[in-house]
Ligand binder design. Structure first.
Ligand SMILES: Nc1ncnc2c1ncn2[C@@H]1O[C@H](COP(=O)(O)OP(=O)(O)OP(=O)(O)O)[C@@H](O)[C@H]1O
Length: 369
């Protein structure tokens, strides 16, 4: 495989907001490298610091500490025209599209070309046609934003973000206001642009579902810090942090399956030789006749409660919820771990207490951040 070339390098980034009565540390000591051609997902709940962090990349937000290098150039050392020039190579799209309602779709897309461009008027108009064709909206050129659906507006915003041939596209919750089907088509468009134009994409979201659909790498943010990061398959099949696990379980619906399972009286009364476990595995481990071996080698009987297999980056990633019974159950679990399978033993009373706690918080209207 070709060696990865860093496109974005953030090093030691802090962002501190000083307000009259308090100081907010929105980003704390973040190091992040995004390679050329990555679709890098940054996932976290509201208030985790995701938007602040990505706005540092194009210097719309200045860091309190740290350095920002984009395509080998130290952006934190640039000012004025040089910074504006460098920013044109970083496109950005937002949740609420930010289109100009009084201008046509064509004029919205042309807008960035009017600012300090070297293109003639005809070249600008040709470029607009090319960009609208790229996002599948050639027939909407003379319409106004109000005449378009949310998905179409986001396509216009993408076309506009690409006007100056950027190397990087930052997507800040760009699909959060869209329905699942439209979300899927916008994510597919981002993936196509990544593949055909070699565009590096940074995708901020609170939905692991979006990350799962197109990202090759992911970082999880909490309280201004990156608490876990890695390639998509590793993170999905072997999450280390509880928050990462939560995001994944929501996206695979393992959380609702588990909530259902732990509500059953039979599961609330597991014996000393019984364990409720969730196994996650990627790639080759999926093919191993693991379940059969549990019985053959350890005389442990598996009772399968739920299962899910998805294809991520052309690799099967599976999740299996089961109750294992047998005197050698802990030896069997150690064996399974040794096979590269992520094993999570669910402490049923504790899990039920956590669920009750979360439900009570939700009832009080408290967020996750
Ligand atoms: N200009 C600002 N002044 C003061 N505090 C700010 C400012 N911008 C962001 N913050 C605070 O910094 C923290 C991180 O906010 P940020 O918007 O980066 O989070 P986020 O993960 O992107 O969440 P969301 O998706 O809700 O925007 C929050 O506590 C927020 O209130």
């Amino acid at each position: 495989m070709a060696e990865a070339t860093p496109m974005i390098e953030l090093s030691g980034i802090d962002v501190t907001f000083k307000e009259a009565d308090r100081t907010v540390s929105a980003v704390k000591q973040v190091d992040l490298t995004v390679n050329k051609g990555d679709i890098y997902g940054i996932v976290g709940y509201s208030g985790a610091g995701k938007s602040t962090l990505v706005r540092v990349i194009n210097q719309l937000q200045l860091q309190t500490n740290g350095t920002v290098t984009v395509n080998g150039q130290r952006l934190d050392q640039l000012h004025g025209k040089a910074l504006r020039q460098a920013r044109t190579k970083i496109g950005m799209i937002f949740q609420h599209f930010n289109l100009m309602n009084e201008r046509t779709i064509g004029d919205n897309v042309r807008f960035p070309l009017l600012l300090g461009t070297t293109l003639s008027k005809q070249q600008q108009l040709d470029k607009v046609d090319e960009l609208l064709a790229l996002v599948g909206l050639s027939d909407k050129k003379n319409d106004y934003p109000a005449q378009l659906s949310g998905g179409q507006k986001q396509r216009v915003a993408i076309a506009r973000a690409l006007a100056n041939d950027p190397e990087i596209l930052i997507s800040d919750e760009a699909t959060s206001a869209l329905d699942p089907k439209t979300t899927g088509s916008i994510l597919a468009l981002l993936k196509r642009l990544n593949e055909t134009l070699g565009l590096t994409v940074v995708l901020i979201t609170h939905e692991m579902q979006a990350v799962k659909a197109i990202c090759n790498r992911v970082a999880v943010m909490q309280s201004g810090e990156i608490i876990e990061r890695g390639d998509l398959l590793t993170i999905f099949s072997n999450p280390k942090e509880q928050l990462t696990q939560e995001f994944i379980e929501t996206s695979t619906q393992v959380d609702s399956a588990l909530a259902n399972v732990v509500s059953q009286p039979r599961i609330q009364q597991l014996g000393v030789d019984e364990r409720l476990v969730v196994l996650s595995y990627a790639g080759a481990s999926t093919d191993d006749p693991l379940i059969a071996q549990l019985y053959e080698q350890f005389k442990v009987t598996p009772n399968i409660l739920f299962g899910n297999v998805e294809i991520l980056q052309k690799t099967p990633v599976g999740t299996l919820g089961l109750v294992l019974s047998g005197t050698a159950v802990d030896d069997a679990l150690a064996y399974v771990k040794g096979q590269g399978v992520h094993v999570r033993v669910i402490d049923v009373p504790k899990y039920r207490a956590e669920l009750a706690n979360k439900a009570a918080k939700a009832n009080r209207g408290e967020g996750d951040a």
